[in-house]
Ligand binder design. Structure first.
Ligand code: F0G
Length: 482
């Protein structure tokens, strides 16, 4: 989807695919949405998908598959051991990343489990540009801690820095000095940094960071789950990459790392994951963990059909016409909302449009979860399911106090090839209404709070009757059926 010029009409992102299979959606009336939100304990993970109009919780495992992917699912080679499907997948990954050894795992966090189990010892440090929830949880579960060394500018919600996921090289050198290279399990760079708004990392930064790590003998790991968005931004924002193909950029990035892992729920447009390991000894040192946690070495807990779809999906992630759709839709949505005055994370990143909740509902203190409250309000007012990416997604400090997130975001993910621009326009419209009624939104408090990954399974309640009042105001403006 390159930017296609229009004659008279205002240019909009133009899809280079057409819809051949559809799924009917329904939009519950606002009163019912209020009831469903209460039943879900003010946790959007607990909503039933049938009660949702626009599911923008995530782009994970919910991207639309292509006709070629579906066709590939009809030719799997089912076998417990030695499946030809696995070898096809391994060959494709080698062709793209230039790494021949592949350990399959059922999804991204399963790869993280294997990496942390193998490399993280109690007291160890893992360096990251920024953490991802599951990546960090596996490190801490093994007794390690995470140091996040993203540039300060990366945490500024509004910016025009093109690569806000870049790591700060001075912070990196200081951290290696402080922790000691021997105490660092590995350095993990996340392409398309999820929790700070899908912000990309430059090819230059990948090179500079891994060069320093290698000088100190530190193992380098790339989380390529969001690589396809990152590649789009390398190509469109980084001078060096302008004349490179997506495959060439991919290879240049992969060349920096000892290990590449990914969630194929994102990269590959299917459901699965894998760890690619350059060094033979390292590969063998992790091998036994795959049958222990996942499944045999040639399926790793994945459906063989998904592996076939994924193999086609990897090729599709190397096509500019495919990978540009989400970032362009996201930018369209972000521009619409910024024009209206809504505080958004800028520049628009990959993965989704991100609302800066700290600013949107600045009257809600962080201990009452501003992003969590805003995401619930958006479901009540639009049947739109987003995801809280703020303090609720953090874990408490060992002494039980809250660890306040550096940014409070509501993520409206843009699954690939799923939504039309009119649906995205509807979302922007409901966010605008909510922005004009933001004073009505109140806080949340836990009624059931699990110790780890509480955002997945916790239950909350409103701190007052604000949800009822908000629903009433919405009904007054839009009528009972909307
Ligand atoms: N790394 C990154 C950068 C991710 O975004 C995710 C998942 C994972 C690892 C874990 O992969 O889900 O297959 O186990 N992100 C999803 C999301 C959950 O909604 O952003 P997984």
């Amino acid at each position: 989807m390159p930017e296609i010029k229009f004659y008279k009409n205002t240019p909009v992102p133009l899809e280079l695919h057409r819809v051949e299979i559809v799924k009917q959606l329904s939009l519950l009336p606002v009163k019912e949405r209020l009831t469903k939100m209460k039943e879900a304990g003010f946790n959007t993970f607990k909503l039933h998908n049938g009660d949702i109009f626009m599911d923008m919780l995530t782009d994970s495992g919910v991207n639309a598959m292509s006709n070629k992917q579906l066709a590939a699912m009809m030719q799997p080679d089912d076998a417990y051991a030695g499946s030809e499907t696995f070898f096809r997948m391994q060959d494709k990954l080698n062709e793209i990343f230039g790494i021949s050894r592949c350990l399959p795992a059922h999804q991204g966090r399963a790869c993280e489990n294997i990496l942390a189990t193998r490399f993280v010892k109690p007291g160890n440090c893992v360096i990251m540009n920024y953490h991802f929830t599951t990546a960090k949880a596996h490190v801490t579960r093994n007794g390690g801690h995470v140091e996040e060394l993203v540039k300060d500018e990366g945490l500024k919600t509004e910016s025009d820095l093109p690569f806000k996921g870049d790591m700060d090289l001075d912070k990196l050198k200081a951290c290696i000095k402080k922790e000691g290279a021997d105490n660092i399990s590995f350095l993990r760079m996340e392409a398309g940094t999820n929790l700070i708004g899908g912000q990309p990392v430059s090819l230059k930064n990948f090179r500079d960071v891994t060069k320093i790590a290698k000088e100190h003998g530190i193992l380098t790991v790339l989380d390529a789950s969001l690589l396809q968005d990152n590649l789009f931004f390398n190509k469109t924002r980084e001078a060096e990459c302008k004349n490179m193909t997506i495959r060439e950029i991919t290879r240049a990035i992969a060349d920096c790392f000892d290990i590449v892992y990914f969630s194929a729920r994102k990269f590959g447009l299917a459901r699965g994951g894998a760890i690619l390991v350059r060094d033979e000894d390292l590969f063998h040192s992790m091998e036994d963990l795959v049958p222990m946690f996942e499944g045999f070495l040639t399926y790793g807990g994945m459906s063989i059909r998904e592996m076939e779809a994924m193999t086609v999906g990897f090729d599709e992630c190397m096509e500019m016409d495919v990978i540009s759709q989400a970032p362009q839709f996201i930018k369209w949505c972000v521009d619409e909302l910024v024009d209206y005055g809504v505080p958004m994370v800028t520049p628009a990143g990959g993965l989704g449009a991100h609302i800066n909740a700290m600013e949107f509902v600045k009257h809600i203190p962080q201990e009452e979860y501003p992003a969590g409250a805003l995401v619930c309000a958006l479901y009540i007012c639009g049947g739109i399911r987003g995801m809280e990416r703020g303090t609720l997604s953090e874990e408490r400090e060992p002494d039980g106090s809250e660890r306040f997130a550096s940014v409070e975001l509501v993520r409206l993910a843009m699954p690939r090839r799923v939504f039309t621009l009119s649906q995205v326009s509807y979302v922007a419209d409901r966010v605008k209404w909510l922005f004009d009624h933001r004073e009505m939104i109140g806080g949340l408090r836990f009624t059931h709070e699990p110790a780890t990954l509480r955002f997945f399974t916790g239950r909350l309640e409103a701190t007052s009757d604000w949800p009822e009042k908000l629903a009433k105001a919405f009904e007054k403006d839009f009528g009972k059926d909307c």
